[in-house]
Ligand binder design. Structure first.
Ligand SMILES: NC(=O)c1ccc[n+]([C@@H]2O[C@H](COP(=O)([O-])OP(=O)(O)OC[C@H]3O[C@@H](n4cnc5c(N)ncnc54)[C@H](OP(=O)(O)O)[C@@H]3O)[C@@H](O)[C@H]2O)c1
Length: 285
């Protein structure tokens, strides 16, 4: 049986992907979620719809480094190895301001830094050909573009920046590229890729925009439009089909096809800088 960990697996993309994956009885899914009631409900729904009871709920709040460490300790104590880690949990910039208990900007910590630490802690407990998927977004390259302000300004901004979501998703791509380089240098067969689901109007994430926003994205930015159904199909396929195990350091765009991410996202210098700062933030340096 293969073990798949999905952060934020109780709704939206994580939930739909979990459901599709456990449709195959060879897979066991761990829903790593911050809200135990929601997670339990999601589990019951998936078991009810698929008939596969190989699904577990484990508490994880990606915005808290203590919670990330506790999750990793629980998982490691189980003696299991992870075949797939999907770093999916995320929040938008809208309505999410302030700093975490660790003193980091909330969106940076939730979407990126918690996943950075989780991955580092789980890496020694993954199978030889494990696969990591970092959920990013087209918004890593928002209309009008962004510059790289440096990790420290993202972790501890002087003022609220509405582009913080875009930066957090750019960080997920930098993390993907830097981890891939390091895994290859160490001769590892573990792969890591970024996944862009596209703008999905039907998840909780986008509920503020409603139908009008969906129509605007669909008509004015068709290259950014995604569908929960097809994006979760693609992610489930990437997770379960061994044909993709040889691919690493890529950006899957709303499908099982790779695409180029923004020019800025290929900066090795920025990726290294973010990695080193993150190691310090997570007390791993
Ligand atoms: N929807 C889009 O248009 C879109 C576009 C591009 C990329 N994405 C990315 O796709 C991923 C999934 O989003 P979605 O659209 O499926 O939205 P969603 O339905 O809101 O799902 C997000 C999941 O993340 C969880 N989460 C949020 N903060 C967390 C934390 N601190 N610790 C643990 N879990 C946390 C949520 O838990 P709760 O239920 O407890 O809130 C929920 O399970 C995100 O990374 C998002 O950035 C979405």
């Amino acid at each position: 049986m293969k073990t798949i960990i999905i952060t934020g697996g109780n709704s939206g993309l994580g939930f739909e992907t979990a459901k599709k994956v456990v449709g195959n009885p060879e897979y066991k899914v761990i829903l790593a979620c911050r809200n135990p009631e929601k997670a339990q409900k999601a589990k019951e729904q998936i078991v009810g719809e698929t008939g596969n009871a190989h699904i577990e709920v484990m508490p994880l709040d990606t915005s808290s480094l203590v919670s990330v460490r506790a999750f990793a300790e629980n998982f490691i104590a189980s003696g299991e190895k992870s075949d797939v880690l999907v770093n999916n949990a995320g929040i938008s910039s809208m309505g999410n301001t302030g700093t975490t208990e660790d003193g980091f900007e909330l969106v940076f910590a939730t979407n990126y830094l918690g996943h950075f630490l989780l991955t580092q802690l789980l890496l020694p407990h993954m199978t030889e050909e494990a696969a990591i998927f970092n959920v990013s977004s087209d918004m890593h390259n928002p209309p009008g573009g962004i510059d790289w302000p440096g990790a420290e300004l993202l972790a501890h901004p002087k003022e609220d920046d509405r582009r913080k979501y875009a930066y957090s998703k750019l960080c997920m791509i930098y993390f993907t590229h830097e981890l891939d380089r390091r895994l290859r240098e160490n001769g590892s067969r573990i792969t890591v890729n970024a996944f862009n689901p596209g703008f999905m109007a039907s998840t909780n994430f986008s509920k503020g925009g409603g139908k009008a926003r969906e129509l605007v994205v669909k008509t004015t930015m068709p290259d950014r439009y995604g569908k929960l159904e097809s994006s979760s199909d693609a992610l489930a396929e990437l997770i379960t089909n061994d044909a993709y195990r040889g691919i690493s350091g890529q950006y899957f765009d709303r499908s099982t096809n790779t695409a180029k991410s923004s020019a800025l996202s290929y900066s090795r210098e920025n990726a290294q800088e973010l990695w080193e700062a993150s190691m310090t933030y997570c007390d791993l340096a």
